[in-house]
Design a binder for this molecule. Structure first.
Ligand code: ATR
Length: 280
């Protein structure tokens, strides 16, 4: 940790970045704890990523978040990347260490898992089989983090089977692949269902997923947060399942990043949720 009285800067490297809610989250916590500092958006085009990352330490930044399209490209520019981020194949948080070297992490999957646990404290990754819909970057973060936290049966289904196979290859024996056409059968006996496709988000078609075979005590998560309740979550909630949208991931992935940059582990308070809600 640098001198706590120094103005601390962190930010988001992405292209584009304007839509991000991360400044609201981190600047809320900085104000709450009276820490002098600022979280800033840095629109960085791909061809300038390397120069931007090289400048982090020289400019005195505490670190940064990384978003599309830089989450993979940044790997060779970092001094070390933790095991989970390696298995996920993407970095979402960079910490500038005291000696100026750069460490990469990925908190997205753990953030999602924490938001599920907040909503249903008796659920754990090893509570029973899990069904994950989709096999893009978000799915891979969730699946790798679930396996790292003890999940032993994760059923992954995706329209393009090869991408589900890539996740199985990267994560290992806990992952089984279900053909997309058979996703409804895979609801049998699950303790958790997660939607990591873009279906159901604003402007996209809804996900076709009848829930008749979903156990009543299963928790249902959707990584989407615009709209705040997708048709999938509405249907699950109507039949009595506990549901969680993607805002919990966004909020929970930010906590360990803030702690690493500013030395305080922040909480997700009603005031923070209200500040985020006001941005919609
Ligand atoms: P992210 O980084 O958010 O995960 P992504 O990598 O573009 O975004 O992944 C989007 C996911 O939604 C993928 O699983 C994608 O399936 P494909 O791998 O087959 O493309 C899924 N998806 C998007 N549109 C879909 C559709 N119309 N039907 C089924 N799956 C769809």
């Amino acid at each position: 940790m640098t001198n706590p009285h120094e103005f601390g800067i962190a930010g988001l490297l992405g292209w584009p970045v304007a839509h991000s809610r991360s400044p609201v989250i981190h600047n809320h916590w900085l104000a709450q704890f009276g820490i002098p500092g600022r979280y800033v958006l840095f629109p960085v085009p791909p061809e300038k990523l390397e120069a931007a990352v090289r400048g982090l330490s020289a400019l005195g930044l505490r670190g940064c978040n990384v978003t599309t399209p830089h989450k993979q490209a940044i790997f060779p520019m970092l001094d070390r990347v933790d095991d989970l981020a390696r298995r996920i194949g993407a970095v979402n948080t960079v910490v500038v260490e005291k000696d100026g070297t750069l460490t990469g992490f990925n908190n997205d999957g753990n953030g999602f898992i924490q938001s599920l646990r907040d909503a249903k404290p008796d659920w754990r990754p090893d509570s029973g089989p899990i069904l994950v819909l989709g096999a893009g970057g978000a799915s891979r973060a969730v699946v790798a983090s679930l396996a790292a936290q003890g999940a032993t049966e994760i059923r992954v289904t995706n329209r393009t089977r090869e991408k589900a196979q890539e996740i199985a290859d990267a994560v290992g024996a806990a992952v089984g692949i279900v053909p997309w056409e058979q996703r409804e059968d895979a609801l049998d006996g699950i303790a958790m269902l997660a939607n990591a496709t873009s279906l159901g988000s604003a402007g996209k078609p809804p996900l076709e997923m009848p829930l008749d075979r979903l156990p009543r005590d299963a928790i249902v998560g959707d990584l989407i947060y615009v709209p705040p309740e997708t048709p999938l979550l509405a249907a699950a909630r109507a039949r009595g399942n506990v549901t969680v949208n993607g805002l919990g991931l966004l909020l929970n992935q930010a906590r360990p990043a803030f702690n690493a940059w500013f030395g305080v582990m922040p909480e997700i308070t009603p005031a923070l949720r209200a500040a985020i809600a006001a941005t919609f």
